[in-house]
Design a protein around this ligand. Structure first.
Ligand SMILES: [Zn+2]
Length: 302
């Protein structure tokens, strides 16, 4: 299918980047329970729904809770594939030793089975230092390799999520600025078109990190996507909206009608408006998922 693109118009100049966040909408059946909204401080939506003690153990526990919630939440959204794909976060060691650890899933565990205490901690040489089991070797290679280039990437998430991965399989995998969700990623996406097989060596992660550069998202040709962020909430939120943006683009292109790109100035302004409050927006969604998981599968906090 030939993708058809036209840039122009100036349609949608006034857009709200995130509809409804922090806004009480009366009369909308099912959106929010009114009693819940009235009794819960709105600011609590942006705060962790759990408490941990101060210090390394508490920081480690917080990272475990949030990463476990991310695994479970992304599984609910069907953004994972089998027992592959992996999410990781850097955190202080629970025992307070100087070296930090990378928390990651145990190889072979389905994301619906992940628990906070079951996550494994590996050091910079991919050696197991917390927990028992076999860490995912691809996770260690990709995530630790990327962090050699991007030490600021506290959280790394890698998936084969369907729509974004489908874009990564195109000769031109560009995420087009065709929807307000797309503008969230305006000038924040890098592309790697040099797939060469399974990522089983640290060098491949290092190469992917170089391809990522200073961006937040990497489309890995013929493979999947990587998202990096400072917080689990933001990485989770970015992964979700990346999939939604890719889905809308593919659906629009599948009509075989002309696709209209948003003008650069609109993309830039919308992106700036969004990123100014990104911490609030991402926490609102991620912690809403956290609360949902507590209701439906509370064992993730074990
Ligand atoms: Zn992969």
């Amino acid at each position: 299918m030939q993708a058809m693109v036209r840039n122009g118009g100036g349609v949608m100049r006034a857009m709200m980047m995130v509809c409804g966040v922090g806004v009480r909408q009366t009369g909308m059946a099912g959106a929010y329970n009114a009693a819940t909204v009235n009794t819960r401080s709105m600011s609590s939506f942006f705060s962790p729904p759990y408490t941990v003690p101060k210090g390394p153990w508490g920081e480690n526990r917080s990272a475990r809770l949030e990463l476990a919630a991310a695994y479970r939440g992304l599984d609910l959204m069907n953004l994972n594939e089998g027992v592959c794909n992996h999410l990781s976060v850097m955190t202080p060691r629970a025992d307070g030793k100087e070296e930090s650890v990378m928390l990651v899933v145990k190889y072979g565990l389905h994301w619906s089975e992940v628990t906070a205490s079951g996550l494994l901690g590996v050091n910079g040489e991919a050696e197991l230092v917390e927990g028992e089991g076999e860490p995912d070797i691809a996770a260690s290679c990709i995530h630790l390799g990327i962090r050699k280039v991007r030490p600021d990437a506290r959280v790394v998430m890698h998936t084969h999520q369907p729509y974004a991965t489908a874009l990564a399989c195109l000769k031109d995998p560009s995420l087009l600025m065709v929807h307000q969700n797309s503008t969230r990623f305006y000038q924040r996406v890098a592309y790697d078109n040099y797939y060469s097989g399974l990522a089983l060596a640290m060098d491949e992660g290092y190469r992917l990190g170089k391809a990522l550069g200073d961006k937040d998202v990497l489309f890995m040709g013929h493979h999947g996507v990587v998202v990096v962020a400072q917080s689990v909430a933001l990485a989770f939120d970015n992964l979700y909206y990346l999939e939604r943006a890719a889905q809308v683009q593919i659906l629009a292109q599948s009509t075989q009608k002309e696709v209209e790109l948003l003008p650069d100035d609109v993309c830039q302004k919308t992106s700036q408006d969004f990123w100014r409050d990104v911490d609030k927006y991402s926490k609102a969604q991620f912690y809403s998922m956290y609360r949902r998981l507590r209701q439906t599968q509370p064992d993730f906090e074990l």
